[in-house]
Design a binder for this molecule. Structure first.
Ligand code: GDP
Length: 425
């Protein structure tokens, strides 16, 4: 297999730039620069000399496979973060026979192939690199540290044990010594199913943490929706804001709200209108508001009818308090802090149910497993003598579970998963 290399840190000028090399011949990345191989995992300061010239003074690290990120021999060159230094080092590496530039995600892919990471950890790593808020970082770290994989391992060994008990019964059936394994098998399957169902219940929440909770600001025109959004964006860290289009478009602002990723939507004003184009905007606004995680319903005084019916967790706010009575004023900032507090409490409640599984892919694998376990449990009740069928259900359940951690046949998924990685990762 080729030895791969790439710039692992971000492109551009920086204090330090790290070039990573992985593969059988990784230590040639040292000898080509006239550097002796340092002891594994020990930083070593060295001049990188190439064709009689010193390219840079660098900190050099060597990891001996399999004790490395990829499981192969790895060399890291910590260079001064200059465009010219990085370019000269990369071109020297390119000249080594058997060396080539890594593809996107290829270091991590090798880590997966060498079983340094399981597939859920690869996803956790990808999420960690993408994380923008504290809750996203925490969630990604839990997955990267292997908690989901470890849980899957427990489920797997319970199911394998249940299947083994049944297989043993089948083998002994003719000698009629089988003790009754049905109660233990049933208990193992029920426990596993319960634990899987518990994790499944948290996936929707975990997906929200990855992708952001949506808060729709709704109200009739001129009630102060855009002004409120601006006041919020000015106060909290706006990650990005796509303030675009006409006032009839839905405007989104992504924010880090006390560590939780939140997207605020400023929707078109809700009112009865004859204007076809405006009605389209109003319809879109209603739909977005309905699917949002939380609605902030803005009114100008608390006697007017609400533009939509609130559901539990929604927040009704009276705007323009500076003109008389009300809860908030986008103009003076009055009440905005308290509003942010109310929104974060409401979202924290929604975020608290997150589990270990965080992706649609996990959901599919776990649902498949649960359905095989359901079939096995039914059979144990209605046809407990069909032991071979029950063993087969359990095996199918284990195979479905194995796709979670990438133990089986997930080749078709890998390209998709790794395409989201950058080169050098
Ligand atoms: P939207 O149509 O609901 O988005 O409302 P806007 O945010 O565009 O505001 C409509 C009008 O109300 C504008 O003239 C704003 O300057 C004014 N406005 C918004 N918020 C406040 C506020 O807190 N106090 C006062 N006095 N005026 C406000």
């Amino acid at each position: 297999m080729d030895t791969i290399y790439a710039l692992a840190s971000a492109r551009g000028k920086s204090g330090v730039a790290i070039v990573r090399v992985s593969g059988e011949k990784a230590s040639l990345a040292l000898s080509v620069f006239g550097v002796d191989r340092p002891e594994p995992r020990r930083a070593h300061l060295a001049n990188l000399t190439y064709k009689g010239q010193i390219l840079d003074q660098a900190l050099v690290l060597y990891f001996s496979g399999p004790s490395s990120f990829t499981g192969e021999d790895v060399v890291e060159l910590h260079l001064h973060g200059s465009l010219a230094v990085v370019a000269s080092v990369l071109s020297a590496l390119a000249s080594i026979e058997g060396f080539r530039l890594a593809e996107a995600g290829e270091f991590t892919r090798r880590a997966l192939e060498n079983e340094r990471l399981d597939l859920t950890q690869v996803e956790g790593l990808s999420d960690l690199i993408e994380a923008e808020t504290e809750s996203q970082r925490r969630q990604a770290m839990r997955v990267l540290s292997g908690e989901l994989g470890a849980r899957a391992q427990e489920w797997r060994s319970d199911l394998v044990r249940a299947a083994a008990l049944i297989e043993a019964t089948i083998d002994f059936a003719e000698e009629d010594v089988p003790e009754d394994v049905i109660p233990e098998v049933t208990a193992l399957i029920e426990r596993t199913r319960g634990s899987l169902e518990h994790q499944l219940a948290g996936i929707a929440v975990a997906e929200r943490i990855r992708e952001g909770f949506v808060v729709a600001i709704v109200g009739r025109p001129n009630v102060g929706k855009s002004s409120l959004l601006n006041a919020l964006a000015g106060r909290e860290a706006a990650i990005t804001s796509d303030i675009a289009g006409t006032t009839r478009d839905v405007i989104e602002v992504h924010m880090d709200l006390r560590g939780l990723p939140v997207t605020f939507l400023d929707t078109a004003g809700l009112r009865v209108s004859d204007d076809v184009v405006e009605n389209l905007g109003i319809e879109l606004a209603r739909q977005r508001a309905e699917t949002a995680d939380l609605r902030l319903i803005l009114v100008e005084n608390d006697t007017e009818p609400l533009p939509i019916d609130p559901v539990e967790g929604d927040i009704v706010v009276v705007s323009k308090s500076d003109l008389g009575s009300g809860d908030i004023s986008a103009r003076t900032g009055d009440g905005i802090e308290e509003l942010v507090q109310r929104i974060s409490v409401s979202i924290e409640q929604k975020a608290s149910g997150a589990g270990l599984a965080i992706r649609e892919r996990h959901r599919v694998a776990m649902l498949d497993t649960v359905s095989y376990l359901g079939i096995a449990l039914d059979r144990l009740q209605t046809a407990p003598d069909q032991l071979e069928m029950i063993a087969e259900d359990l095996r199918s359940g284990v195979i479905a579970l194995d796709s979670l951690t990438g133990r089986v046949d997930v080749e078709h998924l890998l390209d998709e998963i790794f395409s989201s990685f950058c080169i050098g990762k």
